[in-house]
Design a binder for this molecule. Sequence first.
Ligand SMILES: Nc1ncnc2c1ncn2[C@@H]1O[C@H](COP(=O)(O)OP(=O)(O)OP(=O)(O)O)[C@@H](O)[C@H]1O
Ligand SMILES: [Mg+2]
Length: 310
Amino acid sequence: MSLEISDLRIEIGARAVVDGISFAVPDGARVGLIGESGSGKSLTALAILGLLPDGARATGSIRWNGREILGLPDREVAALRGDDIGMVFQEPRTALNPIRTVGRQIGESVRIHERVSRREALRRAVIEAERVALPDPERIVSRYPHQLSGGQRQRVAIAMALACRPRLLIADEPTTALDVTIQAGVLALLRALVQDAGMSLVFITHDLAVLAQVATHAVVLEHGRVVEQGEVAELLRAPSSSVTTALLRDATATLWHPERSPGPIRGAAEPGSTSPGPASTGPTRGTSSAGAETAPDVGGDDTPTGEHLP
Ligand SMILES: Nc1ncnc2c1ncn2[C@@H]1O[C@H](COP(=O)(O)OP(=O)(O)OP(=O)(O)O)[C@@H](O)[C@H]1O
Ligand SMILES: [Mg+2]
């Protein structure tokens, strides 16, 4: 199950906001799309999902398992969404319906795609809630989104996206709205679920430290163009574009500063280090210090839980 994007162009009015992007997501690969605000990340994701805003025109090619999906009729792209391709967006508040229980929302895509009964859908919702490590799944499914913490809501959004066992997950800044410790837990969960299921992932972020935690490959965008792409480890070791270098500097700074300053300099100067600088040491250390690897929170980001789920 692979995704191939070739020479994708998206025009809004007379402006090319995505200007000839090409990259591939082979089966089981986890690809991070990274770039500054306005570089075209979200529009690229929306094009894959057939959800471009009115007035946007896309040309080029988006192939899913060899089949051209750019320009397919709405009905056919809608059948792929949620079934073959799942999605998680930045702000769980807007992704969730405030007046429906989370169980109903998690079960909804199962009902639509697998045509099961409401009762069966709810049973599946409990299983999915458990899978994303929501506390007390049997009870939490009858709660409403506002009764959950931000981290829990994002877990619900992930459960919704994964309920139908998609082969590709597209996640657009899924943890940006969360604070850092909660972010680490949700990222660890997302990566574990994707890895265990052998799913492919397109993960959008503006933060290279975050990308390094979940992705195997990175595609760096600037003004709607790809300026660099390759394996994450290679990109961190020897970035070839000024954009990546700047992203690396920012990521390293974020990761090191809380502990001690001037951290990055020390890391670079470690004896025996042959690498050019913080580039190679920073993010690796940051990844483990963020606790994503060693301490995945098991619903433990959920301060409000106690209040709402006694
Ligand atoms: N609905 C729209 N109408 C007009 N222009 C748009 C629309 N959506 C996006 N754009 C423009 O297209 C460009 C790319 O937008 P996109 O949302 O893909 O950026 P992004 O890389 O996701 O940025 P961010 O990191 O801020 O989310 C931007 O210049 C943006 O202003
Ligand atoms: Mg965006």
